[in-house]
Design a protein around this ligand. Structure first.
Ligand code: NCD
Length: 319
């Protein structure tokens, strides 16, 4: 099947989703990222691989980690980064998104890093670039609606590989608001492609998408049962801003049933790692003692995210 993210030589042209991205491409991104983790520990944290390239960060939705780590990644590769301030940009005056894109193309953009609350925005931009003969410009999806967050999925894969090595031996549980989560969708796509044999999703019925079983996961409505014996616990944030209507009891009750506490974590393997994409709601989906405990790898996830984003940007636009 043709994958619109790959060019006719099978190289990565855009990074829009992890759905259908071949295993070799995912592994190659993780392998490319590995040496970049060392660069970020050097005193002079710079490589010239994207010298002279202009990268535009277009964040139409809030972000701290993702926007900042994309900016740091681009700067460490010596690219010129422009952060468009969307709230004061011309889109706020009524200019269409594609008119904004055309204007940034006229400034010789080489790459757009896009976050938008509407699912499909990065794909729309990629299609527009293709239709207007600008295939040399790359698009990276930094999170679109409930659809996908591919670089988050990749940095999660990097983190799991770093701590647990072999995907084919793992039991992994994704816990929480799967229904509204683009992160969960990207994680599930990558973990199934990488051959994780035991992939579980733990959530209240109201926060599970109806199509979930077709994604190759086992679902659990009992958190204790779902956590038993897992190697990796991947927590999700409760996406309050995406919820329409009353899908949940109070936050206190949610925490009682679905919050990750030390007592529930004790059911996983003793060396299980705990992940969270951030931002965390302490005392709602995760207890502070667990978030700051010695099984948590939440801050390493952030650090690895820089190397993984460097790898993606290099594979797209590097010489
Ligand atoms: C996630 C996002 O924005 O999709 N955060 C992130 O990128 N680190 C997850 C979330 O908002 O819950």
């Amino acid at each position: 099947m043709h994958n619109p993210q790959l060019n006719r030589h099978g190289e990565l042209q855009h990074l829009l989703t992890l759905d259908g991205l071949p295993r070799e491409v995912i592994i190659s991104i993780l392998d490319h990222a590995a040496p970049f983790t060392e660069v970020t520990e050097r005193e002079v944290k710079k490589l010239p691989l994207l010298r002279g390239k202009s990268i535009f960060n277009l964040f139409f939705e809030n972000s701290t980690r993702t926007r900042t780590t994309f900016e740091i990644a681009a700067k460490r590769l010596t690219a010129d980064v422009v952060n468009l301030n969307v709230s004061t940009s011309s889109t706020a005056k009524g200019e269409s998104l594609l008119d904004t894109i055309d204007n940034l193309c006229a400034m010789h953009a080489d790459m757009f890093v896009v976050r938008h609350s509407a699912s499909g925005t990065p794909v729309l931009i990629a299609q527009h670039l293709h239709a207007t003969g600008r295939d040399h410009i790359h698009v990276v999806n930094a999170g679109d609606g409930r659809h996908a967050h591919p670089t988050q999925g990749l940095l999660d894969m990097y983190t799991i590989r770093h701590f647990k090595h072999d995907f084919s031996q793992l039991s992994i549980a994704i816990v929480g608001d799967v229904l509204h989560s683009r992160v969960a969708r990207s994680q599930i796509a990558a973990l199934t492609t990488l051959g994780v044999p035991d992939l579980r999703v733990i959530a209240p019925k109201t926060l599970l998408p109806s199509s979930i079983e077709s994604m190759g996961v086992r679902t659990f409505n009992d958190m204790r049962e779902g956590l038993r014996g897992v190697d990796v616990v991947m927590m999700l944030r409760l996406q309050n801003e995406r919820m329409a209507g009353a899908l949940l009891p109070t936050p206190q009750e949610y925490y009682k049933i679905w919050g990750l506490t030390a007592e529930k974590l004790a059911l996983a393997k003793p060396d299980a790692i705990v992940m969270h994409p951030g931002p965390m709601n302490r005392g709602i989906e995760i207890d502070s003692a667990v978030a700051d405990g010695n099984q948590a790898v939440i801050l390493p996830q952030v650090t690895f995210g820089i190397a993984v984003r460097m790898a993606v940007m290099c594979m797209l636009a590097g010489q």
